[in-house]
Design a protein around this ligand. Structure first.
Ligand code: PBG
Length: 333
């Protein structure tokens, strides 16, 4: 380090920390409502609010009730929501064909939200797991998740979602080549301005457990789970290759998922590619923190601390189940 960094006793790093005003002035990162994306779970029915056991404080909502949540998000200036459906088991099949039915729960949710709240951004996953009876993100053929046959279906899924009014297509399936295929099909259907937020570095993580409870996709994944398509938690060079490919194929924004265990990946992506990069603080991260707070083991200050860690790592925004809670707090300050 150069000598302008100074040395004790001339340099006392504690001076800047002594008062609140100077701490505020020297803060290198801040969290704002503009950084937040709220994930929401939707289910069939009317007037349903169905608490998710493994995600304390988070529920699935039927569309009518979902609109109340979206209204809150709008009121607190959250820029975007992400929608995840819990599909009735009787409507699932091996191909996940409901994924590309324009009357499916996701499309109906988008249309209803857009009717009332046209300004908030709507982000939708492209992946088959909510719709397949086995819970995988792609087609299973001879016990293998078939990459290229899955692409044909993902294209159709993306198309019904943009026709319904989705603003941001978020491929979370981790098939090779999907961003390029989706970009092409969107462009050739006059959706050249629809954004693609690619789950570029999505790890095969056990932190997704509560999400799989929430949408009912976890029971039949088999011994290898999603290891043949989601990334190995040991790897980081590979995450950069994933991001490079997705940008080349037309992604506008990229995501790292889960969040806190992968801050190094966010930081590397940001410094290497300088592209809009998002972190997903996933269900398991949420539940660990939330339940510890509920039990009185941790102070609720850990929520803000965890979200700031994403900003420090370089994330432009964060998908977090804490989004509403934190947006309310930021408004009060
Ligand atoms: C589906 C998908 C998953 C999550 C978001 N989209 C789970 C999975 O891949 O099994 C996880 C989100 C969370 O845990 O909060 N492809």
């Amino acid at each position: 380090m150069s000598n302008i960094q100074g040395k004790f006793p001339n340099t006392r790093l504690r001076r800047n920390r002594m008062k609140e005003f100077s701490r505020r002035l020297v803060a290198e990162n801040n969290l704002s409502t503009d950084d937040l994306i709220l994930p929401l779970f939707v289910c069939e029915g009317n007037n349903v609010e169905d608490p998710i056991k493994s995600m304390p404080g988070v529920s699935r909502y039927s569309i009518d009730k979902l609109l109340n949540k979206v209204e809150e998000a709008v009121r607190f200036s959250i820029p975007a929501i992400a929608i995840f459906p819990q599909i009735e088991p009787s409507l699932k099949n091996a191909e996940g064909s409901l994924a590309y039915d324009e009357k499916n729960l996701v499309c109906r949710s988008i249309k209803n939200i857009k009717k009332e709240f046209s300004g908030i951004g709507i982000i939708c996953d492209v992946a088959l797991d909510p719709f397949t009876d086995h819970g995988h993100d792609g087609l299973v053929i001879n016990d293998i998740i078939d990459n290229d046959k899955t692409l044909d279906i993902l294209e159709k899924q993306a198309l019904v979602q943009v026709h319904a009014g989705c603003d941001v297509i978020a491929p979370s399936d981790m098939m090779d080549g999907r961003v390029g295929r989706i970009r092409k099909v969107l462009d050739s259907n006059s959706f050249q301005d629809t954004l693609i937020l690619s789950y570029a570095a999505k790890y095969a993580s056990a932190f997704y457990g509560p999400f799989r409870d929430a949408i009912g996709s976890g029971a039949k994944l088999g011994k290898d789970g999603k290891l043949t398509y989601q990334m190995d938690p040991s790897n980081s060079d590979e995450a950069l290759r994933e991001v490079a490919l997705d940008i080349n194929e037309g992604a506008d924004m990229v995501m790292v998922k889960p969040g806190m265990p992968y801050l190094d990946i966010i930081s590397k992506i940001k410094s290497e590619f300088k592209v809009p990069t998002f972190a997903y603080q996933v269900s398991g991260e949420y539940s660990m923190i939330k339940e510890s707070i509920n039990k009185g083991w941790l102070s609720e200050k850990v929520i803000m601390e965890s979200l700031l860690s994403f900003k420090r790592a370089g994330a432009n925004g964060i998908l977090t189940y804490f989004a509403l809670e934190i947006a309310k707090k930021l408004k009060d300050e």
